[in-house]
Design a protein around this ligand. Sequence first.
Ligand code: SF4
Length: 288
Amino acid sequence: MYTVERNEIINTIKDMFIDSAYNLNNKLVNKFERAEKLETNKLGKSILRKIIENQVIAKTENIPLCQDTGVAVIFLEIGRQLIFSYDLEKAINTGVRKAYMDGYLRKSIVQHPLNRINTLDNTPAIIHYNYIPGKNLNIHIAPKGGGSENMSRLKMLSPSEGEEGIINFVLETIKLAGGKACPPLIVGVGIGGNFEKVALLAKQAIFRKINDSSKSLIDRNLEEKLLKKINQLDIGPMGLGGLTTALAVKVNSYPCHIASLPVAVNLQCHSARKKEVTLVGKKINNSN
Ligand code: SF4
C-alpha cells in the first residue's frame, strides 16, 4: 500500500490556493488576448485590456487578482492503493486555513448562513471525493468567487423541452446574470442525472481545461451552439456590451430518469482561478 504524508498535503493545498489567487493560467490569458483583438465594442475592448493588465500586476506584485478570493472548492481523485493514517479532511482544511492566513487572502466563509459569523480562516472547504486506480492523489482546486456563483441556476425541465429548453434556460441565466457574474464567463452546464448530480456536473464542467471540448458529440455540438448564442447577447465584458460574454462553454452530461431533464448552469467569472497537482504515493514499509 501507499500513502501521502499529512504535511505534504497541507503544504500542497496551501501553495495551490496562494498561487491560484495571484496567477491566472497562461492559456486563459491567451484567450483574453485573442478576445481583445476580436472585440469590436470600444468599452468591451478596454475592459479586456484592464483584465489582462490586472493579471500582470497580480502576478508580478504577488497580490490577489480580485478582492473576492472565494470559497475553497476541491475535487480529490484518490488512488485506490492509498491509505491515510490521519484525517484527510482535517489536513485539507489546515492547508486552506494556512493559505488564507499566510497569503493574506480575504476570508469569505460564515459559520451559518443566517448568523453570518465569519469563520476567520476561510474554512471549511467544499471537498468532493472520487476514487481512481493507482497510488496517486490528484488534487484539483478552485477559489470560487461569490458573484458568479450567486448567478448560477438549476431547473428540472420536462423531457419534451429537449435541447431548445436547455438552450433557453442557459441564455436566460446569462441574461439575468448580466454584469453581476463578472463576464467574460466560462459557462459550466450540467445536463441529466438528478437534482444534486446535475449541480455537480455543472461545477465539474468549469474545472475542465479552457481549450478542451466534450468527447460526446451531442455535448460538443451543444457547447458550440451555446457559445455562439451567448456571445450574440451583447452583454460583453463586465456587462457593458460587446462580443465577449463567454470565453468557453463546457457541457457535462449523465444518464437520467425517463421523466426528467435536469439542467444546471454554474457560472465562472473572468477571475477563473484553478490549479491541479498530482502527489505520488510513497510505499508504506510493512516490515513491522
Ligand atoms: S465574481 Fe469573480 S471577478 Fe467578480 S468579484 Fe467575485 S471573484 Fe471577483
